[in-house]
Design a protein around this ligand. Structure first.
Ligand SMILES: Cc1cc2nc3c(=O)[nH]c(=O)nc-3n(C[C@H](O)[C@H](O)[C@H](O)COP(=O)(O)OP(=O)(O)OC[C@H]3O[C@@H](n4cnc5c(N)ncnc54)[C@H](O)[C@@H]3O)c2cc1C
Length: 259
């Protein structure tokens, strides 16, 4: 895994919703090699461990990356206080397992839950009108990225838990309907573990390949520690792999969910 460690300028900052921020960072070396599904590890001022944040957009021509993150604790709070022009200490691109991009004429169903939505944006853009994006949020005030998903013509289905925007209910209900209704060549998902487990089951039931991006607490982010171990079943045996260096994207069929 080849990555760089350097400081890069934050060139645009937008607040998308309460506690959710959208950063555009000028980092040509990372943008040059990054692929969809990878992440960067960002140092927050005053904290030893870096914070992993998924890549939400790659613009090679302008040498920029986009990240979208939610304030969850002290580290992300510190990051949210950065301003345009500030320098950010970043390691990236990270992740050995990334999303498999099929030909854009294949039919993709892309399912995101909450702050699991950002890494899925490049997939919606890649498949365009052949993509169905099912994105779920707690309520209307947490909804983000809808116009980004729709930009290249994807069919976007918004779900909220309380019905305050889009349809009421979980993304897994909308997924079941979509899979019953028509053809699908691949499913991608990122979000809470319980959601991923249900999506993995639905994909298996329909015999559709499925890739999921896992979010585990991380230490080093480059495979040097075992903090982000996840249980995988491969070639008939079980093994522990690192989410940081072997993932974060895995074949859903191989992930062993906690019983
Ligand atoms: C591969 C990957 C991609 C991610 N992409 C995004 C994204 O695009 N947008 C977004 O908002 N969040 C994302 N997260 C989650 C984000 O990393 C955590 O919310 C963040 O690290 C929390 O840090 P904190 O200091 O605010 O919280 P605290 O809870 O104070 O963090 C304490 C420690 O736990 C670690 N930690 C806490 N929660 C998580 C978590 N869920 N995953 C990993 N480490 C955690 C922190 O890095 C820190 O070392 C991603 C996580 C992973 C593993």
């Amino acid at each position: 895994m080849k990555y760089t460690v350097n400081t890069y300028k934050l060139i645009q900052k937008t607040q998308l919703a309460k506690g959710i921020f959208d950063f555009c960072i000028y980092c040509p070396e990372i943008a040059e090699t990054a692929v969809c599904g990878q992440f960067i590890n960002v140092k927050a001022e005053g904290f030893f461990l870096r914070r992993p944040i998924s890549i939400c957009g790659i613009d090679r021509r302008n040498g920029t990356l986009r990240i979208v993150f939610e304030v969850r604790g002290k580290g992300t709070l510190a990051l949210s206080k950065l301003n345009t022009g500030d320098m950010m200490d970043i390691t990236g691109p990270l992740g050995g397992g990334h999303f498999t991009m099929l030909s854009p004429d294949k039919k993709a169903v892309i399912v995101g839950g909450g702050i699991g939505n950002p890494p899925l944006v490049p997939l919606a853009l890649h498949y365009g009108k052949n993509a169905t994006v099912i994105s779920g949020f707690r309520n209307e005030s947490a909804v983000i990225l809808q116009s980004d998903f729709a930009k290249n013509g994807a069919d976007v289905i918004l779900c909220t838990d309380d019905g305050s925007a889009g349809r009421k209910g979980f993304v897994t209900d909308a997924l079941a309907e979509r899979l019953d209704a028509g053809e699908c060549d691949i499913i991608y998902a990122c979000g809470p573990m319980v959601m991923l487990e249900r999506i993995a089951k639905a994909a298996k039931l329909h015999g559709i390949p499925c890739e999921i991006s896992l979010e585990e607490r991380m230490g080093c982010g480059v495979g040097g520690c075992l903090v982000c171990a996840c249980r995988i079943s491969r070639n008939g045996s079980e093994e522990y792999l690192h989410v940081c260096k072997d993932g974060p994207v895995f074949n859903a069929n191989e992930v062993i969910f906690n019983d």
